[in-house]
Design a protein around this ligand. Structure first.
Ligand SMILES: [Zn+2]
Length: 355
């Protein structure tokens, strides 16, 4: 290439339990383009699992990757589309980051994923690198979201930040003492599977009564369907096309944001559960700020305000602990994808420094 070098950009992909969001991000954190699709062929996470997973063809020398749902194909397609868009923005894509919903080990393999059991054990970075010809890094999706908000968003300049993604499940991203905390194996922050009640409802992780069974977007939808099946929540059911079975968490948050009192009450009971788990985490971490991310972040103050109120109520936080501010992610539901792009940029910067 002759003349001035194109500006640097990276691509971030957030693979959620339900949706896949891909963004093209400039080195300054500007989101230049984004694409969204459903995660292919999602299994019912509570259904019995088929252990005999088919194995995908090796892609040009890489070792075989279990990709029965075409996850690697789907991510590679989105990355390819964004690489094309990079030309329009006169930027050069130098790497890809992928946030995955589960336990991502230091070796980059997905060691466990209650909401994505099909992809467990897969070397997604290796397979994607081969497919796209770009350097690929992977990390936990909530850790990615925390990185985005700490570097570029609501947690900028802070040293101790607790970010919680609330979507299909719940995950936490931790900034402790001015650094992203990943734990000994890279598994830190699986807050959604803190057990709130060992006799509670079954969780895709195999245990009972996990926090995310009460406080996730999925739990919100479940609770709303239960109430709607008894004739309530008319405004929410209307948003789901009049079908009780089609009611999801976002229908509740949409109705609550439009001022519907019934939906607001359901969202408040979710906020109570969120605050209870956050209080447990704050007892451990002593964070200075709580950031809500994931699909629920789209509800903005409709969820952040009741969570902050409940957290500020006497007896919720440990005694003598002052209330902690609760805000929604600056990047909203895109925080995980933006953070994945940032992860790729920082990995690239480290490589450049080492030259
Ligand atoms: Zn669980």
């Amino acid at each position: 290439v002759t003349g001035a070098a194109a500006a640097t950009a990276t691509i971030g992909v957030d693979v959620g339990g339900t949706k896949l969001l891909a963004v093209l991000v400039g080195a300054d954190g500007t989101v230049l383009a984004q694409r969204q699709r459903l995660v292919p062929q999602r299994q019912d996470p509570l259904a019995p699992r088929d252990r005999r997973l088919p194995t995908a063809k090796p892609t040009g020398g890489a070792e075989p990757v279990r990709d029965p749902t075409g996850l690697v194909d789907a991510v590679a397609e989105e990355v390819g589309a964004l690489v094309q868009r990079a030309g329009d923005h006169r930027v050069k894509v130098v790497g890809v980051g992928v946030g995955l919903p589960g336990l991502v080990g230091a070796d980059g393999r997905l060691a466990g994923a209650p909401h994505l059991p099909e992809a467990v054990g897969a070397d997604i970075a290796g397979a994607l690198g081969t497919r796209t010809g770009l350097p690929v890094v992977v990390d936990n999706d909530a850790t990615c979201a925390a990185l985005a908000e700490w570097r570029l968003g609501a947690g900028r300049g802070r040293r101790d930040v607790l970010l919680v993604t609330v979507g299909t499940g719940i995950g936490a991203g931790l900034v402790v003492g001015g650094a992203v905390a990943r734990g000994a194996l890279g598994f830190a922050g699986e807050a959604g599977h803190m057990v709130m009640d060992p006799t509670g409802p079954p969780c895709p992780c195999g245990r009972r009564g996990c926090w995310e069974r009460y406080a996730s977007g999925d739990a919100l939808g479940e609770q709303a369907r239960r109430i709607a099946s008894h004739g309530g929540l008319g405004a929410v059911v209307a948003r789901a096309g009049g079908q009780v079975a089609a009611v999801r968490g976002e229908h509740v948050t949409d109705a609550a944001m439009a001022g519907d009192p019934e939906a607001t009450a359901v969202l408040r009971s979710l906020a109570d559960w969120l605050a209870l788990g956050l209080a447990n985490l704050l007892a451990l971490l002593d964070s200075e700020l709580v950031i809500l991310a994931g699909g629920l972040a789209a509800a903005g103050s409709a969820v952040a305000v009741p969570v902050a109120e409940q957290l500020g109520r006497k007896g919720v936080l440990p005694a003598d602990r002052p209330p902690v501010p609760v805000v929604v992610a600056r990047f909203g539901p895109a925080a995980g994808a933006v953070g994945a792009a940032r992860l790729a940029l920082e990995a690239r910067l480290v490589l450049d420094e080492g030259r």
